[in-house]
Ligand binder design. Sequence first.
Ligand code: DGJ
Length: 738
Amino acid sequence: MTSISYCEDASTWLLETPSTCYGILLVGSNRLPVNLHWGRKLGHGSLKAMAQAGDLVANTRLSWAEEDRLEYTGWGGMRYDEPSLKVDFPDGGRSIEWRHSDSRVEDEDGSSVLVLTLRDLVYPLTAELCYRVFADCDVIERWVRLSNTSDEGIFVARQSLSANWWVPVSPTWRLTYLHGAWGAEAQLAEVALGGVKTVLESRRGTTSHEAQPFFALDTGDAGEDHGQLWSGQLAWSGSWKIVAERTAAGYVHVSGGWNDFDAPLELRPGADLVLPVFAGLYTDGGFGAMSRAWHSYELAHVLARPTRRLRSPSFPQAKGTTPGPAAPLASGQALPALRPVLYNSWEATAFDVTEEGQARLAELAAGIGCELFVVDDGWFVGRNNDHAGLGDWRVDPAKFPRGLSSLIDRVKSLGMGFGIWVEPEMVNPESELYREHPDWAFHFPGRSRTQKRNQLVLNFARQEVAEWAYRTIDELLSQNDISFVKWDMNRHFSEPGWPDEVGRNPERAWVEHTANLYRVLDRLRSAHPGVDFESCSGGGGRVDIGILSRVQQVWTSDNTDAWDRVAIQEGFSYAHAPIAMMAWVTDSPNPLTGRRLPLSYRFHVAMSGSLGIGGNLNEWSGAELDEARELVARYKAARHVVQHGLLYRLASTRQGDLGAVQFVSRDGQEVVVLAWTGVRRYGPWPLRLRLKALERTASYRDKLSGEVRSGADLIDLGLALPPGQDWVSLFAHLERQA
Ligand code: DGJ
């Protein structure tokens, strides 16, 4: 049964999700699609009444007027707000005038897609606006396919955004977003939307640490557990932008997609361009409900898993055209497999990697219960520091005289899987690859090639580079029993030139680099279905739902200081599922911040995501290893609740010196609570956590202490934190009594 319907009488399309709906009106002689509603459930009757009331569509007879709420605005006429699309035509024309030509609905594996086709009145340019709704979640995926249907003539897209989301009319709007920096990713911030544009963006060639392609709008009064939110996320891991804007007519819209900066895209005759998904979500129930809905969507439809069917673009592309990414995200599968407890040797050994050294760490890691052992940077030829080696992906015989397989056998005999670090998009000038192919790195002729961490970015838009990367990693995975790849990307783009393509739209490299990265990952996953992937970019510089549909997890931040992580992880949890959030326990004092924190505290922070260990276990005392073993065991007993459950934020360090989260299993039978204090002032007054989402009349037993308490008791009186002043933490695992 489709959840998309058309009312002939009212000219309205109604898209229904389990708890929300989205209404579109086809207006005027050109039948232009205009947004009527995005929010709580309504029927066609209400949409018709809204259309007749006229205030939302009063000006749409002037199809180019700024005052309308067009679903996809082409730049032209007296329109000064952010256009969805801006195109140059071969005869010098640079504006767009749409007419709606047809609509269709396609039903696919538990989801339905509405396709509204717009054609330019004069030029053979078509935009198919696609909207996917699911039977099991309220996220609406939107994307666009642009086509040049002419036999000759190149169209140049100066700006081609994926979707334009209109929110209801309100005098106030607040934008919540995620910004940051290296070591300080996913910081929450908010701004009142005034009469100026607010632009969130990356011009760095990747998602970036500085901003994440996520937004949440509310009318200023939403809290953790109450209030309506309109939020969105872009499925793109290259340069992007999201523009939130109040138009002169007082309407607020958010448009987003590829960043247009320095990136005109040629659309050749017969070419299609599939733009990335910009997913939107309306929720009622505060930031908590919003996050849980995003988590459920990621679990069910985004996060990669070995058996997931890869969905290539559903629309064929003409040969030799600018390729878009595989647009639709939907996988329509059950929950992904639970993540193993991982050990990563980076903070322990850095570049000082040897078979013996790694084997010693592997024994200790297995001894405390780790299930996957990952050798990070430093295993390949020439890689004794960050000055050389990137590009030469051959095992260093000085470090591994018997090849990798000898270490892999030892790791596997300890009962763990084996993982490895790679950074295929990068090259050190000090490498054989660069000496052979200096042109493979992005550069402008005659200009400096700016290095960061002594490395340059390889131009993945070049097919031979993408092919080389695929073959290199495919060989590594075919020759070794590897079950996990950490795919790193440690610097952003500079001088993104492609001299061989001058005159042939070399700027398309901004987009094609990422499109080819996706293709390489998709091919590798298809050829090696037993291998899991982690996306890393100098920590959390590449975290978005585009990459998440190709990897099982992401590295959240190079900052492993547990107290700093509390804030980073809170921001992460706004948009992304805890299962995807890799969180390591590392040494004390922390190598980055120098802060000393108890081992249990460091564990309790990392246990709110996918647990990893990243400390130098050689330096841990016997007592610490025993404690770690016990905490890993506790995590394993609770991880299904953390990784597959529903997250409720109980306290935020943005409001004080206490952070806390609660996870509830989807069947309501188990509850995990984690809490952490900072440096407390004015005395160690008792702290209690009042739990959420429990059955008041049910009884819950603490699996550690055996204490049984009623739901009402836990909700109204709460769980007491252990006594103490600074750096106190709590882990509790409760189960509901029959
Ligand atoms: C940056 C990553 O975030 C670290 O975890 C580590 O893999 C280094 N790169 C290795 O160069």
